[in-house]
Design a protein around this ligand. Structure first.
Ligand code: FAD
Ligand code: NAD
Length: 576
């Protein structure tokens, strides 16, 4: 365009001023990535900035090590240990703009950003304020005040490639009172608020005029959701009470403190191996964490949680102070906006932006929009929908039937396009014999269908985890680095492989120096060992060493080591 590819002269000048030493402005394709989380950072660390002009837009100018957030919420680990400035992580070659993207125009390839916002508080996209904990929160209410010092205008920015990596939001399922009275645990500010609310609850309980009932209410902590977030928070809270608070509030801890975890299903950590759920439930029992299974939270009020047991019509109120809401995630408003702009006919998956296996948003035909991490979901083609084509491709002699060798060719040739075929690869002969019901030595279209249907049942959306997001971010950097230019035809010409997720196992800390590790579905190296789920102290060492090595920089590694040693030697800082 007129201004070296920039939409307006102001836009051009702004970039030029920001990066005076960079003469390449306007000469390289511009890749814009939204977000500074688990998807964005590995991308930014590996993308070739000599080839692309790389711009990162996010309202959060730091990366957050989410797995350690439950530790921060009770002071086992300090705030600064789990965050790292995005500028120091990615260096000066990447342009970072602190702003929130509010709209995307995929036709004109322009994003609209609003930089009036500050840090993201996990209470919806549109909070343009900074959270300041009130002096006496009692754990249940929140106060959000406007940061008046900030005046930055809305702006548009052109892109050649856009990568959406904006993560997700907490899901309240519109249950009344959650937004107003419960704490989420998703951003650093949430963890700080929880830490302050716990301290406040104990100090309030120590007030001389407090009635015994009110003391019990103040010291009843409720966690809603028995997924990994809820389990890890309950575990850290129980450690805090047992290891530190009992020194300072011995009578309160002995008589009044209670931690309850409420889960709607019949197991906690239901996405993990059953052995792990059972271990965690027993372990929590030993740690004095009450687990209410098959119990649904219907409402949260200022000083109580309303619950209903499965199969019962009756609701019950339990008095409590701090409530932590960890019932899962939902797409952000911008994610849904992008889906609508592209068209809900193509973007039909409510979980996030639907992409093909190269992580390109479906419905954006020039391949200029990618989505990764929690805000994206990869389309998984079903084998049965393509059965005719697949059949004809291997039935080269047009016999209308496949022999074992042809079935083997089908599995081997098509596994990278249809990963669900992997379940056959180690046992092709057995699967062939099972599918060949009339023992003819051949599979017809009908008998092949039943085998392919079996493989299709193994299709699962990838979980919303840091592990998935970071592998996708890394894959996308490699993909863009490998493409000679952004022409979509290059994918075939240069044999760009689709994204394949390698699951390395799931870990969760369950308190009392114990963790659980589930290797189910892990590949490719780990599954040959057929590793059994691990639990207990050994797993806790694995958990610690894993997250220690995952810390991105030497600075945060050092801080983490110090925090762990400090907690071990001197206990946690229990002040607000
Ligand atoms: P995020 O990491 O959430 O990053 C999203 C980024 O987008 C943020 O920088 C945000 O500021 C930015 N953003 C938001 N809106 C906009 C906008 N409009 N414009 C521009 N930028 C925007 N996973 C694991 O694998 N292992 C674990 O042990 C684990 N533990 C967890 C513990 C907790 C307490 C939580 C909450 C999550 C945990 N997860 C874990 C899940 C993991 O954190 C997420 O799956 C991961 O963060 C997803 O990465 P992402 O890049 O999609 O999103
Ligand atoms: P989740 O979706 O994994 O679990 C939420 C739980 O809340 C479910 O078990 C659900 O049955 C329960 N629930 C929902 N509504 C309820 C209600 N009204 N009353 C009672 N229970 C209710 O959510 P999460 O734990 O927040 O995790 C979010 C994502 O982050 C997941 O993808 C998870 O894998 C990932 N994560 C991973 C780790 C880890 O690997 N250690 C840690 C934290 C989060």
């Amino acid at each position: 365009g007129t201004y070296y590819g920039y939409r307006t002269h102001r836009d051009y000048k702004w970039f030029k001023d920001m990066t005076d030493s960079d003469n390449s402005i306007g000469t390289k394709p511009r890749v814009v990535i939204l977000g500074t989380g688990w998807g964005a950072v590995p991308f930014l660390k590996h993308i070739d900035s000599d080839k692309y002009e790389v711009v990162c837009v996010s309202p959060r100018n730091y990366f957050l090590m989410t797995p350690l957030l439950p530790s921060v919420s009770v002071g086992t680990v300090e705030t600064r240990t789990v965050i790292e400035s995005i500028r120091s992580l990615v260096g000066p070659k990447v342009k970072y703009v602190e702003a929130q993207c509010v709209n995307v125009n995929p036709k004109e390839k322009i994003i609209t950003c609003n930089s009036d916002g500050t840090d993201v508080v996990s209470r919806g996209d549109d909070v343009k304020a900074i959270y300041v904990p009130s002096k006496r929160e009692g754990g249940a209410s929140s106060r959000i005040i406007k940061d008046s010092a900030r005046t930055r205008p809305q702006f548009d920015m052109k892109y050649d490639v856009l990568i959406v990596a904006i993560g997700s939001e907490n899901n309240t399922f519109n249950i009344p009172g959650v937004e107003e009275h419960a704490h989420f645990l998703k951003e650093i500010l949430d963890a700080r608020r929880i830490r302050s609310a716990i301290s406040d609850a104990f100090e309030s309980a120590m007030t001389p005029s407090q009635t015994p009932e009110e003391r019990k209410r103040l010291l009843h902590f409720v966690v809603v959701g028995g997924g990994p977030t809820g389990v890890e928070f309950a575990a850290e809270l129980s450690d805090l009470v047992r290891e530190d608070l009992h020194h300072f509030y011995p009578r309160l801890v002995a008589n009044d403190v209670k931690i309850t975890l409420i889960e709607a299903l019949d197991h906690v950590l239901s996405m993990m191996d059953k052995e792990i759920s059972d271990f965690t439930e027993k372990h929590f029992h030993r740690e004095n964490i009450e687990v209410l299974m098959n119990t649904f939270v219907k409402a949260i009020k200022q000083h109580e949680v309303v619950i209903q047991a499965k199969g019962s019509n009756e609701q019950q109120s339990i008095p409590c102070s701090v409530v932590v809401w960890a019932t899962g995630i939902k797409p952000r408003r911008l994610t849904n906006r992008i889906r609508e702009i592209i068209g809900l006919n193509t973007q039909s998956n409510r979980m996030g932006i639907l992409t093909d296996q190269h992580l390109r948003a479906k419905g954006v035909h020039d391949g200029s929009l990618f989505a990764i991490g929690d805000c994206a979901t990869i389309e998984q083609p079903k084998l049965v929908d393509r059965i005719q084509l697949l059949f004809e491709e291997v039935d080269t002699q047009h016999r209308g039937a496949l022999d074992l060798q042809q079935f083997r060719t089908l599995v081997e040739k098509k596994t990278h396009e249809f990963p669900q075929l992997e379940i056959f690869s180690a046992r092709i002969e057995k699967e062939f014999t099972e599918a060949d019901k009339d023992n003819s030595g051949f599979l017809t279209l009908t008998t092949l269908r039943s085998a392919l249907e079996k493989a299709d049942t193994k299709l699962r959306a990838l979980p919303a985890t840091a592990q998935v997001a970071s592998q996708e971010g890394r894959y996308l950097a490699d993909l863009l680095n490998a493409l000679p230019d952004l022409n979509v035809e290059n994918y075939q010409k240069h044999d760009i492989k689709p994204f394949r997720y390698k699951h390395m196992g799931s870990l969760a800390y369950v308190g009392g120096d114990s963790a659980v590790v589930d290797f189910t579905g892990s590949r490719p190296i780990l599954d040959i060992f057929n590793l059994k789920p691990l639990s207990g102290r050994g797993a806790a060492y694995l958990w610690k060493s894993f997250y220690f090595t995952e810390m991105f920089t030497g600075r945060t590694k050092t801080l983490l080591a110090f925090d762990w040693v400090r907690t071990q030697l001197y206990g946690r800082d229990i002040s607000r």
